[in-house]
Design a protein around this ligand. Sequence first.
Ligand code: MEV
Length: 379
Amino acid sequence: MEAVSVSAPGKVILHGEHSVVYGRRAVALSLDLRTTLTLTPGGARLELDLPEVEIQQAWPLQDVEALWERLGRPGEKCAAPLTEAQVAQVRDFLGLPEDPPGGPRGLALLSFFQLYLAILPRPVPATLRVTSQLPTGAGLGSSAAYAVCLSAALLRLAERGSAPDSVPSAEVSGGLSLKEVSGWAFRSEQIVHGTPSGIDNSICTYGGAVSFKAGCCSPLGAPPLRVLLVNTRVPRSTKALVAAVGARRSRLPEVVEPVLDAMDALAERALQTLSELSSAASPQQQDEAYAALHELVDINQALLASLGVSHASLERLVGVAAAHGLHAKLTGAGGGGLGMVVLGRDTAPEAVDKCRGELEAQGYQVWQTTLGAPGLTFH
Ligand code: MEV
């Protein structure tokens, strides 16, 4: 078996963060910052090298085999997700605390082991090296891109997950069914995030732009979208933020449900607007569509703030953008993390430069980029 090299993009949620957890529509686009994984079978150990979260660790294969036996040989007959009790045994094997299991490093280890043990028919020696351009824990889908790469490389190693001939080519990469890869990455996201909606693993697998609702993902033919991505550098936990919204919804369902419905309507409207943008026949029609998109960005930021997931650093970012006539919202789970300024066809370059300069002077990290990069890729 030869080495397998794969990469997956990060993601940005345009609309629908949090509401998507409760079955409402979301729209996400991929980002051309990628995670790359190379899996080389062979040797006498299982080795994981993931410098971004300071993992450089190797386990003798007989220790991994003993764990696999203790777990009752998962994956032997068919690829099978680990049960909660099995995940707890893996956590003990790795010496990780229960909840949260040791920060990004612990989550990356747990994610790796549970996919490795679930997907392969039996432990095999291999070296996995992962590098990423995505900052960890910022809301750019670093954990989902990692899980997509792991799932794809392990499915390929196990010779499992091949797409039948009937699957359309847009839903296949390297012979693997994208739905299957995304499904395995979702398992891993459940460990990292608790109750993920599935949007992050979907967009990091399919790339481009996707619309997602109640577990169903539809790739979109959206136009490339220019944005300023802004890192507040305020760390936060997606799991904790999702739980906080859940608690507010339980306390005040009659208040929160209409907000979630408004977010759903807003995402539907954004889909319509993106399609108008794709089919616009004149610069004037494009500008009208951008104006509608910007209005939706402003409204969604206010709705997200009402769920309690904004943050002083995000509010400052929105204020700086507005002072330059631009439109910004948080993206991802909020509470710090990432925000984005959605640009238009004719956004004045001076306004963009001034906004960027002011944000950088205030300590934000800013990238100007175009969304809509390719999804899972075999190299
Ligand atoms: C995180 O990128 C997006 C959230 O909606 C959580 C999820 O969908 O799993 C906050």
